[in-house]
Design a protein around this ligand. Sequence first.
Ligand SMILES: Nc1ncnc2c1ncn2[C@@H]1O[C@H](COP(=O)(O)OP(=O)(O)OP(=O)(O)O)[C@@H](O)[C@H]1O
Ligand SMILES: [Mg+2]
Length: 255
Amino acid sequence: MSAETVVSLTGIGKGFPNGVLALRGLSFDVRDGEFVSLLGPSGCGKSTALRILAGLAAASEGSVRWADRHPPASGELGFVFQEPTLMPWTSVAGNVRLPLRFQAVSRAEAERRVEEAIGLVGLKGFESAYPRELSGGMKMRVSIARALVTRPRLLLMDEPFAALDEITRFRLNDDLLALWSRERLTIVFVTHSVFESVYLSNRILVMAARPGRVVDELRIDTAQPRDEAFRTSSDYAAMCRQVSASLRSAMSMAS
Ligand SMILES: Nc1ncnc2c1ncn2[C@@H]1O[C@H](COP(=O)(O)OP(=O)(O)OP(=O)(O)O)[C@@H](O)[C@H]1O
Ligand SMILES: [Mg+2]
């Protein structure tokens, strides 16, 4: 394992009791400070892979090895689900504070962290709003703040912006990149969007289905910060074409 590797998955398999073999021979590394995307068609096992990485599900075979030999403690890893899954009966601040219930932090420290996380996602001023008062994009921001409140180094995101309109999605993409570089996060981002994966990532892992595994890896070396100029550049279009071709070939692959 190289010094910069945070976690290494080797030969991961996952079968479900109903006989579905979701993953088999899935291997990849995550390196410190990188933004890596798992890109693949619906049902190829992206969520299953992310859940295994997070320790939310157990692999049937293979190994998950962490650089410091033990899995991250609660709070060292943040998970953002596709649905914002906010508690409707409590405010933005209340939702963001939830993960701190399980941590030994003082009330004053909790307040500081909640305020900080809400600021990081650009929701200052909305602390007392309730989920029902928020737009889809704002709910997702709350969900990201909730994942950041424990100050994790590693953030796992499962198609967080899939349900959002394009304008909101672009804005959240930009804000996420700014957050990633400012906070020096390591991010594993699941998506089925070629455009989103090229815009955000340092590295794209292309997955094939049945069983799910990584079949290609593409580096996106364009420097940060990426912005509208990158999104409309011919370089970006060329990289999207290349990643699309790789995804098409993954989708035509038999196991
Ligand atoms: N709990 C489960 N029991 C049985 N089969 C499951 C379970 N969870 C997932 N699967 C199956 O495993 C395969 C991979 O599912 P997974 O949700 O990981 O795919 P995905 O790539 O995240 O898809 P999507 O892009 O639609 O979210 C699918 O065939 C799915 O039906
Ligand atoms: Mg999924």
